[in-house]
Write a new protein. Structure first.
Length: 322
């Protein structure tokens, strides 16, 4: 019998844990007829509410439910990596606990796996319910990434994705500390079918992604999958050197021919501030790449587990723990 692992990263989602479970179970009949068993792996990312307690209630009632709880908040990227690493299934699907990833799409997604696709991904064709400014910058980010990176990142792509074990293992082989999963999905390749659906608003609670967090996350993606910013910094440095050299020659010629004294400290101050700003901007770009390299060199673990609960521990898992 095949096993499908449903990986659910969650952070402060106590209101949605039970609702997600109930909605998912409504779609298990299709897989039972196919001879496919389920495991539901909740990965708690250091929640401060009663998320862990709610999941433990499900673990006690249903042996298919498992919990991996972090020692603190490590971020959604770490939770996704942990879920892929801990899952046991022949197939794995990533889903959010807030029901923005409709479980009703799972049967259709699996049908494409049967047709020979390695993964089935989803993308939103609308951004209903999102602030206009946030939607605008999100679209600009995807356009920018596809211009400066060789890795294709589809506009509106969700983490909601059904994958074969081969794809899961490929993603796990990329064990970098600074992770940008949307880019990693594109980088590993494999034959992917895209499903489109209209945006579904959160069932309960509020989003954990503020504009500032999304901005920092976009920087992670740019730095992880493009070196174009470094090229821009180099080009700007060369252009300003040429401009400065030309201005020096112009000033000397003007003094020799027209005996025009160099004057105007305000313009000089403006030029100094402009050049200094460009230098700091370029140093900031270099600093971002250097900081990511610094974190990679440290070889810190991507996450730390506080506890694991639920499910039947296989012999393989027992050997790994030993």
């Amino acid at each position: 019998m095949k096993l499908l692992s449903v990986i659910v990263p969650c952070y402060n989602e106590e209101e949605n844990i039970r609702d997600f479970y109930d909605e998912l179970c409504k779609n298990t009949v299709f897989f039972e007829k196919k001879g496919i068993a389920f495991e539901i792996l909740y990965v708690d990312d250091g929640s401060k509410d009663k998320t862990v307690a709610e999941v433990k209630k499900l673990c006690a009632a249903d042996a298919r439910v498992r919990l991996v709880s972090f020692s603190r908040n490590f971020g959604k990227e770490a939770a996704i990596y942990a879920g892929l690493q801990k899952c046991r299934g022949d197939l794995a699907v990533l889903m959010d606990a807030d029901l923005q990833d409709p479980p009703s799409l799972l049967p259709e997604m699996y049908s494409y796996i049967e047709q020979g696709y390695d993964s089935v991904a989803t993308r939103r064709v609308t951004r209903k319910g999102e602030p206009v400014i946030r939607s605008f910058f999100a679209r600009m980010f995807y356009r920018l990434m596809n211009r400066i990176s060789r890795t294709e990142i589809v506009d509106g792509a969700r983490d909601y994705r059904l994958m074969t074990r081969q794809v899961v293992d490929a993603i796990l082989s990329m064990s970098e500390y600074n992770r940008f999963t949307k880019g990693i999905f594109g980088w590993v390749g494999y034959e992917t079918k895209w499903l489109e659906y209209e945006n579904v608003e959160r069932a309960k609670g509020e989003t954990k992604w503020s504009f500032w967090k999304l901005f920092l996350y976009s920087l992670e993606g740019i730095i992880a999958f493009s070196t174009v910013p470094l090229t821009i910094a180099s080009v700007m440095g060369v252009l300003f050197c040429i401009l400065a050299f030309a201005m020096i020659i112009f000033t000397i010629i003007r003094k020799l021919i027209f005996d025009d004294p160099t004057s105007g400290w305000p313009s000089l101050v403006c030029i100094i501030m402009l050049v200094s700003g460009v230098q700091l901007f370029c140093l900031g770009i270099l600093g971002q790449y250097l900081s990511k390299t610094y974190m990679e060199v440290k070889k810190r673990p991507i996450y730390l587990v506080k506890e694991e609960t639920g499910g039947e521990i296989s012999d393989k898992d027992e050997r790994e723990k030993a």
